[in-house]
Design a protein around this ligand. Structure first.
Ligand code: NIG
Ligand code: FE
Length: 401
């Protein structure tokens, strides 16, 4: 064993999904241990079980008789941006569709103008409180995408801001190829494949490449070229697909063995079947459904078909100003018809799988000691609560914050 050992005790219920990606009905298989304890050393879980069977002669940390679950993992955010989208919001609420605002040069493109003009330090200062909010809501690991860079230098500044923030938070950086320029898109895709991706891989600035595959963004052929370049440079792949139209992104991602396909609001039976037959995680983003008034992603149908479903906030200024990973979990139950147990699995071990991580997301020996102590003795307050935080404290690497 490494370092001093701490035994976390007085846990009314320890609740965890199994180790590794859980698909279909297995998403409902939670282990629930009443009056539990967790032994931690060196930031890693060494033992979990009933308090009565815990090893003795160890320093104890009394958690006060509340429920404990794994730290949440937010597998999809755009937490780095400058400017705001308040005028877009007001226009949308009076009836202008999101896609139309984008087609008119607003929306994502207006965030690109503001973000492209910001330096690394400013981006860090803007993103920090957002990441603090996600952390306080229970996210112990958070993915953060680029994608608001007007040009490649701005994309790199976004990723450098994420790198600075990695000193304070556990972050997983993704290079997002978001919307094409209005002219010269073939040259742009070539430059993404031959300059941007190799440079990002060389500097280790991202672990995955994501593309927005949509009528107003990249075609399936352009996406294929970008994802193939990512793989050739040793990067993982993921996709924004089927948000408004199912144009073939999901099928492509499954064919190429992407880590995840995210959004899926417009997915139908063919896309659900492709995901269920693959090891690609289906990441659903119920905050977008709430904020844009879009149809919900078919979470229930995906799980019933046997897919592995994850849930994220998609925190961003345009389609999901959701600053709480716990709220995303709670919304997945209401809007996408996940059961309480499925939602916990979706926000923990399956979200880890969507990021290619197998060392977190479940409470078991060998896993990182990242977990949440709730205010309640009953873990179901986590999916139940809306508008206040049911999370009392966040433990990262065995340290209660
Ligand atoms: O995940 N759909 C594309 N990208 C983001 C939205 C970004 C924005 O509107 O600024 C999303 O919804
Ligand atoms: Fe997104």
């Amino acid at each position: 064993m490494t370092g001093a050992e701490t035994l976390f005790t007085n846990i009314s219920q320890l609740v965890t999904p199994g180790v590794g990606m859980q698909r279909g009905a297995a998403m409902r298989d939670l282990t629930v241990i009443p009056d539990a304890a967790i032994l931690v050393s060196g930031g890693v879980i060494r033992w979990v079980g009933p308090r009565a069977q815990a090893p003795g002669m160890v320093q104890e940390h009394d958690l006060g008789g509340v429920a404990v679950v794994p730290g949440l993992i937010d597998p999809h955010t755009h937490a780095v941006w400058a400017g705001d989208r308040l005028a877009d919001f007001e226009a949308r609420i009076s009836g202008v569709p999101y896609e139309e605002i984008l087609a008119r040069g607003g929306g994502i493109r207006s965030s690109m103008r503001a973000t492209g003009a910001a330096g690394v330090e400013e981006l860090v200062a803007l993103a920090r409180p957002r990441l603090r909010a996600l952390h306080a809501s229970g996210a112990t690991t958070t993915e953060v995408k680029s994608g608001y860079g007007l040009d490649f230098d701005a994309e790199l500044r976004m990723l450098r801001a994420v790198r600075v923030l990695q000193a304070e938070f556990q972050l997983v950086p993704t290079l997002l190829i978001h919307v094409p320029p209005t002219g010269g898109r073939a040259e742009y895709v070539q430059a993404v494949c031959h300059d941007l991706i190799p440079g990002v891989a060389r500097e280790g600035l991202a672990t995955a490449v994501d593309v927005f595959t949509e009528r107003e963004a990249f075609t399936v052929d352009e996406t294929r070229a970008i994802l193939q370049a990512a793989k050739a440079h040793g990067l993982q792949t993921k996709l924004h697909a089927d948000q408004f139209h199912a144009i073939g992104g999901t099928e492509l991602a499954c064919e190429l063995g992407a880590l995840s396909v995210d959004h899926l609001e417009a997915s139908g039976p063919a896309q659900i079947a492709a995901l269920a037959a693959s090891n690609t995680v289906a990441t659903i983003l119920p905050g977008v459904t709430l904020h844009l008034g879009l149809p919900a992603a078919p979470g229930r149908a995906l799980i019933d078909a046997g897919a592995a479903v994850a849930v994220g906030t998609d925190l961003n200024p345009g389609s999901s100003p959701v600053f709480s990973t716990q709220l995303a979990l709670a919304l997945a139950v209401r809007l996408c018809r996940l059961t309480l147990a499925e939602a916990l699995t979706a926000c923990t071990v399956n979200a880890a799988a969507a990021l290619g991580l197998s060392d977190r997301g479940t409470l078991a020996p060998g896993q990182r000691a990242d977990f949440l102590a709730l205010h309640s003795h009953d873990w179901r307050d986590l999916p139940y609560t809306l508008g206040a935080s049911p999370v009392r404290s966040v433990v990262v690497s065995g340290t209660e914050l």
